[in-house]
Write a protein that binds this ligand. Structure first.
Ligand code: HEC
Length: 259
């Protein structure tokens, strides 16, 4: 019986602590209190909306997010702008459409179904404009990089003066968290760079947190549903284990123990 109980406890603790057990990172990332971490984690809507603002006003000048459509901004589990707001956002961009009946391409305001407008025509153009470095598409970047949200948050705040013995070429910057400590993106954030509509003070840290939350959502839009399902599965397993235990006791109670 003891064995069964300890197996059960082991099983439950693996479920609960799996997130934390295998994260022995070498570089220590900056920490902040993410609302989406943990078993009950949810995105902070206001932070997602501010994050979109930072993306569109700052990062979108160089980074595309090709898997996002404007309608995603109004979907449950995301920034949850109203449909009207999302339509308004979309309409502020222009996309190429066509051909029309004359066989010509034309430009029109974007609709909810359109993908996010890209800053460059293609990868080569983006490299040419950034000193040979490619600003990666950010749709799933938070999942593609080791360290995820913590890495991106740290990278955005990790600019510093280079150590005395390090020489940097033009257009290369020192960053504590970038692989090799050299990055071809100048520090994109500075205090007060955007003006938040909800009155939140736009410090570097705040903007880094908001844009990272936004990137985390775009990389994992179904996190909230996944957490909900996970929680239900755990409850189900606990009830099942109790039932199995009671059944087992009942069955074995009929066997007489001889001493
Ligand atoms: C002026 C153009 C420009 C702007 C604006 C810009 N970036 Fe970048 N970004 C780049 C370039 C170029 C790279 C590639 C750097 C390299 O490979 O050395 C990059 C790389 C990155 C990386 C990837 C680092 C890695 O691990 O490869 C992240 C994350 C990132 N940018 C986030 C952001 C965020 C968030 C914003 C908005 C707050 C932003 N960037 C704004 C040009 C830009």
């Amino acid at each position: 019986m003891k064995k069964l109980t300890s197996l059960f406890i082991l099983f439950i603790s693996i479920l609960f602590f799996q997130n934390h057990s295998i994260s022995a990172e070498k570089v220590k990332f900056l920490e902040t209190d993410w609302t989406f971490k943990g078993l009950f984690g949810k995105y902070d809507r206001a932070s997602l909306q501010r994050g979109y603002q930072v993306y569109s006003e700052v990062c979108a000048a160089c980074h595309s997010m090709q898997y996002l459509s404007y309608r995603n901004l109004a979907e449950p589990g995301g920034p949850e702008f109203t449909e009207e707001q999302a339509k308004f956002i979309a309409a502020s961009f222009e996309v190429l459409d066509g051909p029309n009946t004359d066989g010509e391409m034309f430009r029109r305001p974007a609709k909810l179904s359109d993908k996010f407008v890209m800053p460059y025509e293609n990868v080569e153009a983006s490299k040419a404009a950034n000193g040979g470095a490619y600003p990666p598409d950010m749709s799933v970047l938070a999942k593609a990089r080791k360290g995820g949200a913590d890495y991106i948050y740290s990278l955005l705040l990790g600019y510093d003066d280079p150590p005395a013995d390090m020489k940097l070429d033009d257009g290369v910057y020192y960053n504590k968290y970038m692989y090799g400590n050299k990055i071809k993106m100048s520090a994109p954030l500075s205090d007060g760079l955007v003006e938040y509509g909800d009155g939140t003070e736009a410090t570097k840290e705040q903007m880094a947190k908001d844009i990272t939350t936004f990137l985390m959502w775009s990389a994992e839009p179904h996190l909230e549903t996944r957490h909900k399902t996970g929680f239900r599965v755990i409850i189900y397993l606990i009830i099942l284990s109790i039932l199995v235990y009671l059944t087992m006791k009942k069955i074995w109670s009929r066997v007489e123990t001889k001493v």
